[in-house]
Design a protein around this ligand. Structure first.
Ligand SMILES: Cc1cc2nc3c(=O)[nH]c(=O)nc-3n(C[C@H](O)[C@H](O)[C@H](O)COP(=O)(O)OP(=O)(O)OC[C@H]3O[C@@H](n4cnc5c(N)ncnc54)[C@H](O)[C@@H]3O)c2cc1C
Length: 381
């Protein structure tokens, strides 16, 4: 990304790369096989300033920006897609939203601890009967004197089995309100942790709210204004999470190209066969174009937070490209690609989440098409 950004970002990238090589890569296989969530790495990422990268120093962050966050997301995902997913849920979906919309109380009591890694964060939106149609949630909060009583449950929540802090949404009398729920609130409980196809090591689970009583300090944003809290970050979330795909895709491309140089059949390295050359050509083209587009989309969303068209197209293309690249890389590895000893097997399984998590590609296409029609009705691109 050095071609697009100033030198300070290159320095950050080198530092995350070195952290990923030393700390994440040696654990990546264990995370996958044992579904092991490395809590200890969160503390280290906190001390290096990666968790609160978009948060000002006053609240425990590093005072950088979304470009820095995208670099961290890509480099962590290169080493482990599942840690990239958990990092994105913690640092972007939960922490950045709490910083942008939270009160001074929230910033002082929660944002600081999320920046240091003392607390792990989650975003609780999806429910058993409301996934794509998230706003039809059943979780509700009833106002009682100066408190709010919350009942409901959320499912498929990244980091939920370990998280201390949940940014969550509940129906209120005149809309939706965003609340911060703590794992030690009375009435909070965790349900099962899911056993997944891929992204293992990024824990996904259910949470239950049974008459949780909160005071107004736990409202994020304003009462009944949860829809705006949700929309305020949606485009940036998509623009950043595209780099989860890009990190995994870059790793798959690296492994496949190197393997095509080393592996010989018919007395030739396999990259000399035209059918393999075609694969490598498309893999590189899709990788480079999705990365260039993701960077450009991030810039546009950074300038205009309401740019749904670019945010949704960027993550749509990055996720489809990653799935394609991982699949083709597996094919280049032949039978070895199908064996768990080879990393590409994990990358392929991880890639399948990217078109589903954080909103499906069908919904992203719907958003793109609707934004496009709106733009054309107002004069075109
Ligand atoms: C590993 C993992 C991690 C996750 N992490 C989180 C998290 O941290 N926080 C959180 O809140 N959620 C999280 N999710 C949930 C995720 O956001 C949802 O799974 C996703 O939004 C889809 O919802 P659903 O699974 O209920 O599918 P549904 O909404 O039931 O969709 C089923 C199918 O119908 C399609 N469909 C639905 N509506 C339409 C439509 N209008 N037009 C065309 N097709 C449509 C969908 O694209 C899909 O193919 C996670 C999910 C997974 C698997």
């Amino acid at each position: 990304m050095g071609e697009f950004l100033e030198e300070e970002y290159d320095i950050l990238r080198e530092s995350v790369k070195s952290f990923s090589e030393k700390e994440i890569m040696p654990l990546a296989k264990k995370m996958d096989i044992d579904d092991y969530f490395p809590v200890e790495l969160f503390k280290k990422m906190g001390s290096l300033g990666y968790l609160g990268i978009t948060v000002p120093e006053k609240y425990g962050g590093s005072g950088s920006d979304y470009f820095a966050q995208a670099i961290i997301e890509e480099e962590i995902s290169y080493a482990s897609g599942s840690l990239g997913l958990s990092y994105g849920a913690h640092s972007n979906l939960c922490l950045d939203n709490l910083y942008r919309n939270g009160s001074e109380y929230i910033k002082n009591n929660y944002v600081k601890k999320l920046c240091s890694g003392e607390f792990i964060g989650s975003l609780g939106m999806t429910e058993p009967s409301s996934g794509s149609d998230a706003l039809s949630m059943k979780t509700n909060a009833v106002k009682l004197d100066n408190n709010y009583i919350i009942n409901g449950n959320k499912t498929f929540i990244t980091n939920a089995p370990y998280a201390n802090v949940f940014l969550t949404y509940a129906k209120t009398d005149n809309g939706i309100t965003t609340f911060l729920i703590e794992s030690n609130d009375n009435g909070f409980s965790r349900g099962k942790k899911f056993d997944k196809l891929g992204m293992r090591g990024s824990p996904t689970g259910e949470i239950y709210f049974n008459n949780i009583k909160l005071d107004k300090n736990r409202i994020v944003g304003s009462y009944n204004d949860g829809k705006n809290v949700l929309l305020s970050g949606l485009n940036m979330e998509r623009a950043i999470l595209a780099f989860n795909s890009i990190g995994i895709a870059r790793r798959a491309l690296d492994l496949a190209v190197n393997y095509s140089i080393e592996r010989k059949q018919f007395n030739k390295p396999i990259h000399e066969f035209e059918l393999i050359q075609e694969k490598l050509a498309y893999m590189y083209t899709k990788f480079e174009s999705s990365r260039l587009f993701a960077m450009e989309a991030l810039k546009r969303v950074n300038n205009n937070k309401m740019d749904a068209l670019d945010a949704a197209s960027s993550i749509l293309y990055a996720s489809e490209s990653c799935e394609y690249i991982a699949r083709e890389a597996l094919q280049i590895f032949g039978g070895y690609g199908y064996i768990k000893d080879f990393e590409i097997e994990r990358l392929f399984r991880d890639s399948l989440l990217l078109t589903i998590g954080a909103g499906t590609n069908e919904i992203r296409k719907k958003v793109i098409s609707e934004s496009l029609i709106k733009k054309y009705k107002n004069g075109g691109l």
